[in-house]
Ligand binder design. Structure first.
Ligand code: C2O
Length: 535
């Protein structure tokens, strides 16, 4: 296997968008950052040197990092941050995975500008299980703020105010021609009639679940989160922050210029979206003066589309790529997702929003949890995270405006090595219902069931798909509903799980699993690298 080496210099650079220039944190001065290209089975070394005045940490979103949490990256979970002037080399193997993933800063809101794609090609001589595309293209969907994202985060956390929404969506860092001063900040992709293109679409937005479509062109979904799916054709895709989706597009329309567009899916009471980003699919030889055809996207609150789209996602489950769904469950977990309020002395109204799992709002430690676990440091975390909420209630009934009095803590859940786990994530109507994309580090999981309303342990499991459910690393829990996932805990370490809406993560919508070592010599956490940043 090859060794792929990369140098990531964390640098602040002035970038202008929407008629304003502002300093942003970048990798190698690029926005979005460089793409990591590897082949399944390769070893990757990324040396990160921090020249910025911000602490940094990089996460390789979706890579399993078997026994190697040291390379996973979430600050204070698996490592302490790389301080200004320091370096750290992320050293990992890419095994048993192929497809599109991505990397991003995993500290505060810095991933707003510090992100890029990871492309894992299949092993040499192994073709894709779908028609070979003529070319491929990376489509990174993101968000742009006029203001400094650090200030916005502070607004939400320290002052307790609802933080500003972003000012534009972006496609490969560009908002497109519908925004002022953005003519030259338009992503364009040239195609030739008759050819097939593989688009590797990544949702790197901080807080928005997104629709994406290309005028006049269908897309065939073939992979999500670096796992092949049963192909299906659609006009639009829906993609939550953290997720990736590979689609095939055929240049089979009248040669011309076609908009591609992305905007939020917002099934909350106020569906306003004036930040649709557009790019252009341009047939070869067509002049720029031709007006592009407009894109049809589902309405911002089209929940029916969302439900039916998610239902179509199934694992390929072929002899070469079987879906290894755990049929029996050793450990059953049920976590409620709640929003609420908390008193706060620095906050403008004396309260701030907070979010919790099983009524526990997660408190970030000051030492990395993986180090504390590995070196057996006492007093950093507890492993008493409850397997179910303190008491059952009508989770999705009339809005329960009263806070349930969530507690705070660095509480983890301990999982026995190689046990099979089922986790039901239940949205609740504390304050308001909202959809939440949940991401588990260190694993893929199977999405065996989902539904609207309260999960019914007596009836719902009978309807699970245990044959070909979609396998992924980030899943949307529907607004006022639930999602059930299963995985085998075969990767020892400390693994973060959180809502991938940065706003909610900041409010405490996160926890971590401690997966114990197995008995075998090759079933325990690897020793930490020498250059692991000190706390
Ligand atoms: Cu993509 Cu913990 O994150």
């Amino acid at each position: 296997a090859a060794i792929n080496q990369y140098q990531f210099d964390i640098q602040v650079k002035n970038v202008s968008r929407l008629c304003h220039a502002k300093p942003i944190v970048t990798v190698n001065g690029r926005y979005p950052g460089p793409t990591i290209y590897v082949r399944e089975g390769d070893r990757v070394l990324v040396n990160v040197t921090n020249y910025a005045q911000y602490n940094m940490s990089i996460h390789w979103h979706g890579l399993k990092q078997y026994r190697n949490g040291w390379a996973d990256g979430p600050a204070y979970i698996t490592q302490c941050p790389i301080m200004t002037g320091n370096s750290y080399t992320y050293d990992f193997n890419v095994t048993g995975q192929r497809g599109t993933l991505w990397w991003h800063a995993h500290i505060l809101w810095l991933r707003a500008t510090v992100y890029g794609a990871i492309v894992i090609m299949p092993k040499q001589g192994t073709p894709f299980p779908f028609p070979q595309p003529n070319r491929e293209e990376i489509i990174l969907l993101g968000e742009w703020w006029h203001t400094d994202v650090e200030a916005i985060e502070d607004q939400g956390k320290r002052m307790g105010l609802p933080p500003n929404m972003s000012d534009a969506h972006t496609i490969n860092g560009k908002p497109g021609p519908l925004f002022p001063c953005s003519e030259k900040h338009t992503f364009a992709m040239e195609v030739e009639s008759g050819k097939t293109y593989l688009l590797r679409i990544i949702n790197a937005a901080l807080n928005d679940e997104l629709f994406f479509a290309i005028a006049g062109h269908n897309m065939t979904v073939v992979e999500v989160d670096a796992v092949y799916t049963k192909p299906f054709t659609t006009q639009s895709i829906l993609i939550a922050p953290g997720q990736t989706t590979n689609v095939l597009v055929q240049a089979n329309q009248i040669p011309g210029r076609y908009f591609m567009a992305t905007r939020s899916f917002m099934d909350v009471p106020i569906p306003v979206d004036n930040k649709t980003a557009t790019g252009i699919l341009q047939y070869k030889g067509i002049p720029n003066t031709v007006l592009p055809t407009l894109t049809q996207l589902p309405a911002p609150n089209d929940t029916a589309f969302a439900l039916s789209y998610n239902k179509k996602l199934r694992s390929l489950n072929s002899p070469n790529f079987p879906a290894t769904v755990p049929q029996k469950v050793d450990r059953k977990l049920f976590y409620t997702i709640g929003l609420g309020r908390d008193s706060c002395s620095t906050c403008v109204n004396g309260t701030r929003l907070l979010a919790s799992l099983n009524n526990i709002s997660f408190v970030m430690p000051e030492t990395a949890l993986l180090q504390a676990h590995y070196f057996n440091l006492k007093g950093v975390f507890k492993t008493d995270f409850p397997d179910k909420p303190p008491k059952p209630f009508n989770y999705t009934g009339a809005p329960l405006t009263a806070s349930l009095g969530a507690s705070h803590g660095t509480r983890l859940s301990k999982i026995a090595f190689n046990s099979t786990v089922e986790l039901v994530l239940q949205d609740t109507n504390l304050l308001t219902v909202e959809s939440h994309p949940f991401h588990l580090h260190g694993y893929n999981f199977f999405v065996v069931g989902t539904g609207i309303g309260n999960f019914d342990p007596a009836k719902d499991p009978a309807k699970y798909n245990l044959v070909d459910p979609v396998e992924r690393n980030t899943v949307g829990v529907p607004t006022g509903g639930w999602t059930a996932i299963r995985f085998r805990a075969d990767n020892p370490g400390v693994w973060f799980m959180h809502c991938h809406l940065e706003l909610h993560t900041g409010w405490g919508l996160k926890m971590a699993f401690v997966v114990e070592d197995g008995p075998g010599a090759d079933q325990s956490i690897l020793p930490p690298p020498k250059d692991l940043p000190p706390c």
